[in-house]
Design a protein around this ligand. Structure first.
Ligand code: ATP
Length: 442
């Protein structure tokens, strides 16, 4: 069954995934805090991406650039000039709208869609947050919070080239915060002013741009399937001429069918040599690449894969959510892939007495070395299983009287609710295999 945003927001709050920011002060619109479960989920999605994009390649290296960069970076990148949304204000209720997000008749009649008041003419509004570095608040100290992580990679192109033992084609991957003064922030963590991106910039010979674009487009789609997202909820959207960003030759979005409709999750862009050329021009530093073998000098093209980490977290949550009826009761279950589930294995004693609690406690401590575990001895066993279902724990292990006799335990699987008995000594290898082989049922 599909999930509504309200149900998701409420589950996230109740089970410690995501809280409204500064809630005791009434919250800050569109800012969210990740609680104990949410931070684990987000971290694991990030690790999953990092493994896929760096560890599994011998020609992609990592980077962690500063959020605050020289202001000239944003002139070179085109953000000072072009990173704008067209906006209108209502003179009466003071609400502000993006012109592409209000009905056309309101634009024609200059009438506010909220209160009917008069709308101002459209003007362009830059989305970058500004601040000042140092004691003086003047033009000379003006800096921006980065609106994308990509520029940190471009300005380090030469540094990585000189130190990273890389040859074209190669990639630089980075995960980090980005900031945009978004006017329309709604739908929970889908669009926020502060968010996290996972970007990989792949530097290629200009004659090979099409080939690598196709390669990364397919790879990135497959990544979401590997992450456990259902295939029928994913699709490509190609940018038409009117949608292409100022730097892009070709662009495809990977879209997900969110509870509020199809929307972008990741962009794959052919940015050509735009960025490195502009940084060469603005910095006066030569950012060309010399091919050691052919002796050709050229500015590489860049194929960018740009995903939102916080937005992927929303996808993983929405996609995992399921409600079903089990023995006349509602079961809420999150079908997370075991690799990203906040807790991998719950360990319970059937009852607290007769040494079972100690036995289960010791087992949980052993498993901690390798898995994210959670020990729970409170309440009926069925309720404990349900609590773990609701936070998406794929495996639960129960220690009972038979464990004392023959050293076996019950393993219960979240998705099928199937239970099997295995010797304690086989738990680690069984779980490892179950994680590796995991496939969600369509
Ligand atoms: P949108 O059209 O949704 O504003 P965009 O096309 O401007 O997004 P990009 O600049 O291509 O987005 O950014 C790459 C990715 O970063 C997006 O696919 C999305 O996952 C994420 N992202 C961008 N803006 C936000 C935001 N305000 N909040 C959360 N994630 C974002």
């Amino acid at each position: 069954m599909g999930v509504t945003m309200d149900v998701l927001v409420s589950l996230c709050k109740r089970r410690g995934f995501i809280f409204p920011s500064s809630e005791i002060y009434g919250g800050l619109s569109s800012a969210w805090d990740y609680g104990p479960m949410g931070v684990e989920l987000k971290k694991r999605i990030q690790e999953f991406w990092w493994r896929e994009m760096t560890q599994l390649h011998d020609n992609i290296v990592g980077l962690d650039a500063a959020i605050m960069m020289h202001p000239r970076v944003w002139e070179a990148s085109g953000h000072v000039e072009n990173f704008t949304d067209p906006l209108v204000d209502c003179k009466k209720c003071k609400n502000r709208f993006r012109t592409d997000q209000i009905p056309e008749e309101n634009m024609k009649s200059h009438k506010c869609p909220e209160c009917g008041g008069e709308l101002t003419d459209a003007r362009r509004f830059n989305l970058m947050f500004k601040t000042h570095m140092g004691p003086l608040e003047d033009e000379g100290s003006l800096i921006y919070l980065r609106p994308e992580t990509a520029q940190g990679i471009y300005v380090n192109f030469k540094n990585v080239l000189q130190t990273g033992r890389v040859k074209i084609p190669f990639g630089i991957a980075q995960v980090g915060k980005a900031f945009r003064n978004e006017i329309t922030t709604k739908n929970f963590i889908f669009r926020t002013c502060e968010f996290e991106q996972m970007e990989m910039q792949y530097f290629v010979h200009p004659s090979e741009d099409e080939k690598w674009f196709e390669h990364w487009k397919e790879k990135r789609f497959q990544y979401y399937l590997d992450l456990g997202v259902r295939k029928n909820k994913l699709r490509f959207h190609q940018h038409g001429p009117g949608e292409l960003a100022h730097y892009a030759k070709k662009a495809f979005d990977i879209e997900y069918e969110f509870p509020f409709g199809w929307s972008e999750l990741e962009g794959i862009h052919n940015r050509t040599d735009y960025d490195l050329k502009r940084h060469t021009e603005y910095s006066g530093k030569d950012l060309a690449y010399l091919d050691e073998v052919s002796k050709e000098r050229y500015i590489p093209y860049i194929i960018e894969t740009s995903a939102g980490l916080t937005r992927t977290t929303l996808v993983v949550l929405a996609d995992a959510y399921d409600e079903e009826e089990v023995q006349g009761e509602k079961r809420v279950v999150l079908h997370f892939h075991p690799r990203v589930a906040p807790i991998t294995v719950g360990v319970f004693p059937l009852v607290k007495k007769d040494g079972l609690a100690e036995l289960a406690g010791n087992l949980e401590e052993e498993l901690r070395e390798e898995f994210r575990t959670f020990y729970d001895e409170g309440g009926a066993i069925g309720r404990r299983y349900r609590r773990q279902d609701e936070v998406g724990t794929p495996f639960c292990i129960t220690v009972d009287y038979q464990t004392k006799e023959d050293g076996t335990v019950t393993v219960r699987f979240r998705d099928s609710m199937e239970q099997i008995r295995i010797p304690k000594t086989e738990i680690s290898s069984s779980l490892r295999k179950a994680i590796k082989d995991y496939r969600r049922k369509e």
